[in-house]
Design a protein around this ligand. Sequence first.
Ligand code: TEU
Ligand code: CA
Length: 559
Amino acid sequence: MEKHWWQEAVVYQVYPRSFQDTNDDGIGDLQGVLQHLDYIKRLGADVIWLNPIYSSPNDDNGYDIADYRKIMTDFGTMNDFNHLLEEAHKKGLKIMMDLVVNHTSDEHHWFMESRKNKTNKFRDYYFWRDPKDGKEPNNWKSNFSGPAWNYDAKTGQYYMHLFSKKQPDLNWDNSIVREEVYDLMKFWLDKGVDGFRMDVINLISKKPGLPDDPNVAKSEVEDAMEWVANGPKVHDYLKEMNKKVLSKYNVITVGETPSATPDDAIKYTGFNRHELEMVFQFEHMGLDWSKNGLGKWSTNKVALTDLKKVMSRWQTELNGKAWNSLYWNNHDQPRIVSRFGNDSKKYRVLSAKMLGLLLHFMQGTPYIYQGEEIGMTNVHFDNIHEYKDLETLNAYKEIVEDKKKVSPSEMMEYIHHSSRDNARTPMQWNDGKNAGFSEGNPWIKVNPAYPEINVASALEDTNSIYYFYQKMNELRHKYDVIVYGNYELLDPDDEKVFAYKRNLRNESILVIANFTDQEVSRTYQPYNDFDCKLVLDNYDDDQKLILRPYEAKVYYYER
Ligand code: TEU
Ligand code: CA
């Protein structure tokens, strides 16, 4: 197997809107990212993934792009971007952009032209269809509630939008659209950016004829994801993109692929496939979803044995064939310490380290989402009006107000557990005004936990989660077995402890994570038979057979 730089890299994700505001308008900006390059470098990351920074009316915080070649005015100017890229490169940090090309904004000039009449050359850039029996052309649902079609009276047709109405889907079956996308990718790559995270890239090939989804009744609020994902031509298009663009640059690519299985992932990222380098899979993120047809809206806890099954399947099935991404968090997911860990005063730090350790010693490229490295927690706003995320607001309207499926207070509990805004509250830099995020009025409220959970206090405390992540990144850069070793799950039925080994040639590591707030005792080979070196532990003394609450550790040994 050939080795690639992006296999040895650690990625730090920045959500610019919530990272650092430098001009007091309450919105994070590119200057703010620039200010913290040293902070990111010091953590040991190699790559920064920036969520979309392009010109956008911000219906979906930049995932609705009006101009792919302009910077969002809230975030700054192209000069700011050029400067950021240059400074990052000087420090040895790469920059990865978000590529959102399944859809545009309805304010993109392609769409504004497209909707004018049925015959203009942009009409076929999107999916326009006649009404069927006076209604939507098919039964597909939008990811953000309601039908995936919007009626446009001007021409008497519907256009498709798998996300919000302001995010019309691009028609990738039109080769001119594909060429437009390749051109804009080259625009950024020629500037020197180091790769792309590709938004819902497995949705770009729609089923011919756009047939009804037979499963849509399964869940009343869910989208048509499985039915629209991994369509018939998606691999042709990605191969074409690779040949025409990506193969000419030495870049990192990660495709966001909801509902992809390991088999799908091998097709997207197989070492001999010439499509993408890795994907973001969603199976582990779906384990706590509702069993009552409410999709992501639930307060379910994840069973450790289920988590083991999913994580291990991805580890073993891709081994030697394709490459994993490793993530617990991003701008769409609740905070991991609140979700899979324990965010109480007593156990927050321990359990955040335990979760980090469990993930970072697996095979794949780890992604750290801003604030994860200081153990930021979910936010519990009391009032629905304090939420800004359109997915959350639309779901509240549909589930509580329109369909009256659950009470307002029940829905608020689900929102506290699952809303995307859990990840989007401002970065907590210090215990000062607005957590040091902004001198102005933040676009979304700061999490009230900030006096205790913030960067300044993490940097002062040698025992902090920050330094633990720093140590993990150091170890990954030092031991080949962490990057390339194969994976072997131990005790799949153990409901309390997640333990696995990684092996490369004569080297191994043993990783042990107690997922509970209780003390348990366990023995593993090679405690007895081998000379193990403890390389990391979230407690400061090693008691081998006894695992204290949320204790997690890694041993290294040679066979
Ligand atoms: O997310 C796609 C996606 O799968 C999400 O809609 C996901 O189902 C949801 O966020 C889970 O709560 C990508 C982006 O990451 C997201 O921020 C965008 O809103 C979306 O695409 C549309 O571009
Ligand atoms: Ca600003």
